[in-house]
Design a protein around this ligand. Structure first.
Ligand code: NAP
Length: 244
């Protein structure tokens, strides 16, 4: 049985990915920062179905907590076979209003968190001479985004990290790919008005927003052996939004 570690698994796309892996027979470990109740409920839901999941509270922006999280996963499940760098945070602001604290919040939450998580699992991957990383970027990281320039820049950085690591880690048997979701129905978009959500759906060639489950299926594909000869790629899950 393989083990996956999904960062930010308590809600949204991450929680859908936890379900996807667990129901496919993987041991699904996930980290979360504050949604304790949702994390516990997810573990119980999957246990009731006979699946194995583990929730670990850890802030992915704090290296000591990331490393402690991996130690807890090792103790419960052994080495990690696949990592999904899904934890992320968003913010809408005019560029001239972005403060130093906003910039760090977005870059730490979306990019430094992946830097820490990948480094934490590399010893497992090097020992096994195989492993798989899936980063969760965004269509905004491909196209850029007005009023979310720091978010778009961090998500572009995640794509650069993905492509770089695919080259550096490929000879060690480690694949690194990226999913770039478009507009997905999660808490991250709750701040948008119904009118904005309608406009976003209209801008999407498939004429709707996506579901967390649809994003999770793409994540699972890229993490699993079904994509064994694919690395360094960015897979849009966006209904064609922004050409992705
Ligand atoms: P969400 O519903 O807001 O969930 C975010 C998840 O990340 C939560 O589980 C949260 O945990 C966790 N998280 C955030 N910061 C964390 C930290 N420092 N340490 C640990 N966990 C942390 O978001 P989502 O829509 O599912 O987004 C998932 C990923 O997809 C993100 O990277 C996001 O940027 C990307 N994405 C989303 C969309 C979209 O339309 N929804 C589009 C493009 C890309 P707690 O709740 O426990 O804090």
């Amino acid at each position: 049985m393989k083990t996956v570690w999904i960062t930010g698994g308590s809600r949204g796309i991450g929680a859908a990915a936890v379900r996807e892996f667990a129901r496919a027979g993987w041991r699904a470990a996930f980290s979360y920062r504050s949604s304790e109740k949702a994390a516990r409920a997810l573990v119980q839901e999957l246990a009731a179905e006979g699946h194995t999941a583990l929730a670990v509270r850890a802030d992915m922006c704090v290296r000591a907590e990331v490393d402690a999280c991996v130690r807890e996963i090792h103790a419960a499940f052994g080495p990690v076979d696949a990592l999904v760098c899904n934890a992320g945070v968003a913010q809408q602001k005019l560029f001239q209003d972005i403060t130093d604290a906003d910039w760090d919040f977005i870059f730490d939450g979306n990019l430094k968190s992946a830097f820490y998580a990948v480094q934490a699992v590399l010893p497992d991957f090097f020992a096994a001479q195989k492993g798989s990383v899936v980063t969760v970027s965004s269509v905004w990281g491909v196209t850029g985004a007005s009023c979310e320039s720091h978010y778009a820049a961090a998500k572009s950085g995640l794509i650069g990290l993905t492509k770089s690591l695919a080259q550096e880690l490929g000879p060690s048997g480690v694949r690194v790919n990226c999913v770039a979701p478009g507009v997905i129905d999660t808490d991250m978009n709750r701040g948008h008005s119904a009118e904005t959500m309608r406009a976003l759906a209209e801008e999407t060639p498939l004429c709707r927003i996506g579901t967390p489950e649809e994003a999770a299926k793409a994540v699972f594909f890229l993490a699993s052996d079904a994509s064994a000869f694919i690395t360094g790629q960015v897979l849009g899950v966006a209904g064609g939004f922004g050409g992705c």
